[in-house]
Design a protein around this ligand. Sequence first.
Ligand code: HEM
Length: 479
Amino acid sequence: MSLPLIGNILSIDAQEPWSTYTQWHAAYGELVFTRILDQKVVVINSQHVAQALMDKRSRIYSDRPYLATLEPFGWLVNFAFTGYGDEWRLCRRLFHQSFRPDSALKFRPMQMRRAREMIVNLIDDPQHYHSHFATFSSSVAMSVVYDYQPSARDDPLIRVVENALDIALQVLTPERAILLKAFPFLLKLPDWCWGSSIKRDARISTNHANEMTDIPFRYAQQHMGENFLGQLSMVAENLQRMEKQDEASKPMFETALKKAATTAILGSYETTTSTLMAFVLAMVSYPDVQRRAQMEIDSVVGRDRLPTFEDRASLPYVESVLREALRWHPILPLGVPHATSSDDMYEGYFIPKGTTVICNTWAISRDEKRYPNASNFMPERFIDVNGALTDDDPAGYVFGLGRRGCPGRYAADASVWSAIVTMLATVYFSPAKDDQGKVIDFTPQFTTGLTHSVLVFPCNISPRSHVHSGLVDIFRTEA
Ligand code: HEM
């Protein structure tokens, strides 16, 4: 039996497609079939079905849909978009060696150090808080992948990544991919011809993407002997391994290593920053939550030292704040699309080979039965009557599922926790006020299209009362 066909491209909200799919969930159920131009698409609206297909049948559901923009725009370097095959397997294996749970544990001292360095920046220069979050996110990844230590502000290598991302997020939209798939000749038009701007954009994007791949890689090659991290970086470790391989396999290995490295930087940058932005929006909008989390830290850790990972198990409320920050505004509300690599039947429905499969994380995170008043920030939903954490952890779906599930999630979890707990221990977030002392009203704004990320909003960040300048000097030297 075929799944009933719902909607078409014109009925899907281009800015927030997850909203349309969530309305379909209410009307048509957990599994919905649609067609976007000539592409068959299945939308999964529940964690239960996502697990049944993407996880339990991951052999079939781990491919990626074809994106016509990737190659011309220089974005084949991102293995998150690579099809399910040998090249993806090699990239993923290289990535996994550095980021699997026991390897990621080794990053913790560096993550904590970077979180404290971020506090110094937040206190010195609070209005650029987004930029300090971005520096924190990318500096953790740059250290692990290239053993590169970016400067706290205006770092040249971080700029290279930002340049590539700035253009990519504008041009790598599904609309461009569909346009180019339908009209590939657009890439061959002469420069003076109407419609040739896509070709120009593709050239600029490819140059930026090549710089982003090659410049930090060269840095790692040239500085292999130096070792700030206390362990070899992902690139250095694998370059050493490569030296022992036969000449014929080296080029393929080096290409895969470059892709794994670039994807780690790309995977970290937006996601971690965006989760921290959601956290700050929550702290400003829900002052009682902030107070309760700070009281927990003060009573467990005290005020004369900073929290460390050893305190984590004794801070369940802070843990529930992290879970709620991941659930409240998931950065990838539709995950990253999967595709089927062979035909399948599920509960009597036929799902053909080549179908794009979208997991609607937004619908799962906004399910009113599971999360009453889902649009409110309520960490208590993850705490049971005895004050212990419940079994419901949004990490089970916000990081995707199955063989393509986020392999950076252990590093991401530790980065976000170290940043959140250190901020709660040291600074206080409150609504910004104007020159007359009146609170500046604002309506939160978010990025749209592919990602859902809180945009910068007016916010006051000040050191907590016990955080005097002497203590900040200590963070400065520690950092
Ligand atoms: C809060 C932070 C993060 C969130 C919410 C997140 C979420 C996701 C999601 C939803 C996917 C797609 C999964 C799927 O297809 O089912 C993904 C893929 C991926 N993520 Fe993350 N991520 C985060 C942080 C990171 C970090 C820090 C790294 C790198 C260190 C990373 C590296 C990757 C990679 C390499 C993939 C592609 C996996 C593949 O296609 O095989 N992510 N992430």
